[in-house]
Design a protein around this ligand. Structure first.
Ligand code: FE2
Length: 296
């Protein structure tokens, strides 16, 4: 809990819950986002916890990043169907979107995104609009540039997409920015704060400690993975250790046994503004850690 003199800017969960349940509820939506789901340990955590989390926190809509969901690389039809059945409404992608050939038909049958700044003509889309409690929510998936595949400029794509959505009357906009560098993610935040409802980074698999609401935009540089928490970015440490010790590359594998974690961020949006945010970390030994967003 915040205890500083700026406490008056902070909406505690009790206050926000009250606010959320009052007569303005129809103007509000509570959305949740899960980052990179890494392999079967990640999918298992979603299966075990997501429906209970949705119920406990009265979440209207869940977005999750699928790009590592199947064996750490891409998404199969079977796993896509599982994740939908576990309570995910729409899934966003990244640099591993194309790793499984199953992905192409999935764009026609599932609520699935790929980074919107892939060049024109690439299958699928990275921006879709949904209706929640009578209000519109756009989900925009972008991919950064440092250490990433070739794409169109993410920042220019962001400006064009957000301008178009505003012209169409869409106020609530959530962005999954799949990028390596925290500087790129922070720069997108500076570009779009006050114009979109929330920006959350994915791809590094390591959560950052900067959940905030600035100029009514929720922001987190990286939410961190959902999957194994006691290895290297959700993968068995043998191959990355060999790679760092010898320079010889190998195929990353999901550990057969591991300690698991589910990381989820929850935001309340009203008329395009983010009015409340918190992150939950669920451990497979039943611990739960909650972190509130600070508000500027
Ligand atoms: Fe990635």
């Amino acid at each position: 809990m915040m205890t500083s003199s700026k406490q008056h800017f902070f909406i505690s969960e009790t206050q926000s819950q009250k606010c959320y349940n009052n007569e303005t509820k129809r103007k509000q939506m509570r959305i949740a986002f899960i980052g990179d789901i890494v392999g079967s340990p990640g999918r298992k955590m979603i299966e075990d916890h997501l429906k209970k989390i949705r119920q406990e926190y009265d979440i209207d809509f869940v977005i999750a990043n699928y790009e590592n969901a199947s064996h750490g690389f891409g998404l199969t039809v079977k796993n896509a169907n599982e994740l939908v059945s576990f309570g995910i409404d729409v899934m966003s992608g990244g640099n591993h979107t194309w790793d499984k050939k199953d992905i192409l038909p999935l764009f026609d049958t599932h609520e699935l995104l790929r980074p919107h700044n892939y060049p024109q003509g690439v299958p699928g889309t990275g921006c879709k609009v949904y209706e929640i409690n009578g209000e519109k929510l756009a989900v925009l998936n972008l991919m950064g540039h440092y250490s990433m595949p070739f794409t169109d400029n993410a920042f220019r794509c962001a400006i064009e997409s957000v301008t178009k959505l505003h012209k169409e009357g869409v106020k609530n906009i959530f962005i999954d920015f799949h990028a390596e560098a925290t500087s790129e993610k922070r720069a997108l935040m500076m570009l779009l704060q006050g114009k979109v409802s929330a920006i959350v980074g994915t791809h590094t698999h390591v959560g950052t400690d900067d959940l905030q609401i600035s100029e009514a935009t929720g922001y987190l540089s990286d939410i961190g993975l959902t999957g194994c928490r006691d290895n290297v970015i959700g993968m068995d440490q043998k191959v990355p250790l060999k790679q760092f010790l010898t320079g010889m590359k190998g195929h990353f594998e999901i550990p057969k046994k591991c300690k698991r974690i589910l990381q989820i961020v929850v935001f309340d949006f009203e008329e395009g503004a983010c009015i409340n945010g918190f992150k939950l970390k669920y451990f497979d030994d039943a611990r739960v850690i909650k972190t509130e967003a600070w508000m500027d």
